[in-house]
Design a protein around this ligand. Structure first.
Ligand SMILES: [Fe+2]
Length: 410
C-alpha cells in the first residue's frame, strides 16, 4: 500500500518533531493514511498526553522510567504551589504520560482512585482549534466538562477545553499555539521542567517505544454502537475494522469490538463490549474491577519489538505467555508467510504475528500493570498492516483466560 505522505493531513505535533520522528517514520510506526483535513469538522493533530490517576505517583514515575525507559520531563506538586496532588510528566518518543496521585487527604483523586484503581482518566488530544472542536461537540450533543479558556504562565499560553467520553474518562483538548505563538513550557502552565531522577544504564536502548498507536476502551454491554456513533458524530472519526462474534470468541468468553479513528488514523480507538458466553469474559472482568467503562489497553509502537521486549523483560515487565502450539500451527505458518525474523525468534519471546492484505504486524501484550486486572499495554511493530491483530484474538484471549482463571475470575 502506498500513501502520499504530503496528504496525510496536518503536520507533526510539536512533540513528534522534538522526538526526531519524521512523518515517514510515524506513518510506518502507526499506519497513517491519506485524508482531507479541510473537510474535518473536528480536526485532531495527534495525541497530547495520556493522564493516569494512580495510588502512588512518586513510585509509578520511577516504574515508567526504570522499567519502560521513559524520561521524566515535568512536574507539578506542593513544591510549586499544587497542594492537592503530585503530577509527573514522562516522555518516550512522541508519547507523554502524566501520572497523578493525591497529596491532600481531601483531593478528589482519592475517591476516583478508590472507585477505579490505577487507570487512565484523560486521553488528551492536541487540536489546532479548540473553539472549532467544542462548537462541533456541542452541536453533536457531547457533554462539555470544561469550556474553552486560555491558561498562561511565563512560558506562554495554551487554550484548553474538555469533553466527556465513556465512564469517567475525558478528552481534554489542547491548543498549543494561541494567536500564532506556540506555548514554550515543558508541558502545561503550572508545570516546571525537571531533570530525570533515573539515569539510563549503559547499553539501555535510547527508547523502548516511540509513539502511541491506539487506546482501547471497554464499554458497557450493549453500548458499543452508541460509543462508536459518539466518535462518528462528535469528533468526525471514521470506522475502521470491525470484529464481531466468532472472530473473537473462545469456548468461554466473547466480545464485540469496533474501531474508530481520526481522519489520518493517527488516533485510533477500538471499543469493546462484552458478549454473552459460557463464562465471564475479560471485558466483564475489566468492567467489574474498574467499576465501569474505561481504557483497557494502550498500544505503543516500536520499530524493533524484539529489542523492546528483551529490554522490558530484563527490567522485570511481565508479558502474557503464548503457547508453543501457536507457533507450530501449520495454518498460522502458512498465513503469516515471511516476516523479518525467523519465527523461532518470535516464539522465544512470545511475540504474536498477524498478516492482512496490506502487510503484517508483530505484537505482544503485558499482564495488567497495576493491582487490579484492568489496564495493560501492547507493544506493536507494524509492517504495512493497518489492522489490530484480528488473527491473534483467539490465541490472545485464551492466554488472558488462563490468567483470569488463575485469579479466580473466569
Ligand atoms: Fe490493541
Amino acid at each position: 500500500m502506498t500513501t502520499d505522505i504530503a496528504s496525510t493531513g496536518g503536520a507533526l505535533t510539536v512533540d513528534e518533531m522534538k522526538a526526531d520522528l519524521s512523518l515517514e517514520q510515524l506513518q510506518q510506526l502507526v499506519g497513517l493514511v491519506e485524508y482531507d483535513a479541510e473537510s474535518d469538522p473536528f480536526p485532531v493533530t495527534g495525541w497530547d498526553a495520556i493522564c493516569f490517576v494512580v495510588g502512588n505517583a512518586t513510585q509509578a514515575a520511577h516504574y515508567y522510567a526504570s522499567a519502560w525507559g521513559m524520561e521524566l520531563v515535568a512536574y507539578s506538586g506542593p513544591e510549586n504551589g499544587n497542594r492537592d496532588h503530585k503530577s509527573f510528566v514522562l516522555k518516550s518518543g512522541s508519547i507523554r504520560f502524566v501520572l497523578s496521585g493525591a497529596v491532600s487527604p481531601d483531593s478528589d483523586l482519592i475517591a476516583h482512585h478508590a472507585r477505579h484503581g490505577d487507570g487512565v482518566v484523560d486521553i488528551a488530544l492536541e487540536v489546532p482549534d479548540v473553539d472549532q472542536c467544542i462548537a462541533q461537540a456541542v452541536k453533536a450533543g457531547a457533554t462539555v466538562l470544561r469550556h474553552p479558556e486560555n491558561v498562561s504562565d511565563e512560558h506562554g499560553t495554551v487554550r484548553i477545553a474538555a469533553i466527556a467520553t465513556y465512564g469517567e474518562t475525558r478528552h481534554t483538548l489542547v491548543q498549543r499555539t494561541v494567536d500564532g505563538v506556540a506555548y514554550a513550557g515543558p508541558y502545561l502552565p503550572g508545570y516546571v521542567a525537571v531533570a530525570p531522577t533515573w539515569e539510563k544504564k549503559e547499553g539501555d536502548p535510547q527508547r523502548i517505544f516511540q509513539a502511541l498507536d491506539h487506546i482501547v476502551g471497554n464499554v458497557e454491554l450493549g453500548r458499543m454502537d452508541e460509543w462508536v456513533q459518539f466518535y462518528n458524530r462528535v469528533m468526525g472519526f471514521v470506522n475502521m475494522a470491525e470484529f464481531i462474534g466468532d472472530d473473537i470468541a473462545t469456548d468461554y468468553s466473547a466480545l464485540m469490538s469496533k474501531v474508530v479513528a481520526n481522519g489520518n488514523h493517527r488516533v485510533k480507538f477500538p471499543l469493546n463490549e462484552p458478549a454473552v458466553a459460557k463464562k465471564k469474559s475479560q471485558i466483564d472482568e475489566y468492567l467489574e474491577f474498574y467499576n465501569g467503562p474505561g481504557a483497557q489497553h494502550l498500544a505503543v509502537a516500536t520499530g524493533d519489538i524484539l529489542a523492546s521486549v528483551d529490554a522490558l523483560r530484563a527490567n522485570g515487565v511481565e508479558f502474557l505467555n503464548t503457547p508453543d502450539s501457536y507457533y507450530e500451527d501449520p495454518e498460522l505458518r502458512a498465513r503469516i508467510g515471511e516476516v523479518r525474523v525467523p519465527i523461532e525468534e518470535l516464539q522465544r519471546r512470545g511475540i504474536l504475528v498477524d498478516r492482512d492484505e496490506d502487510g503484517y504486524l508483530l505484537q505482544i501484550f503485558t499482564k495488567p500493570l497495576g493491582d487490579r486486572p484492568t489496564v495493560f499495554f501492547e507493544l506493536i511493530e507494524r509492517h504495512g498492516s493497518l489492522g489490530f491483530g484480528k488473527g491473534n484474538f483467539k490465541a490472545l484471549f485464551e492466554a488472558i483466560e488462563r490468567e483470569q482463571d488463575a485469579r479466580g475470575n473466569l
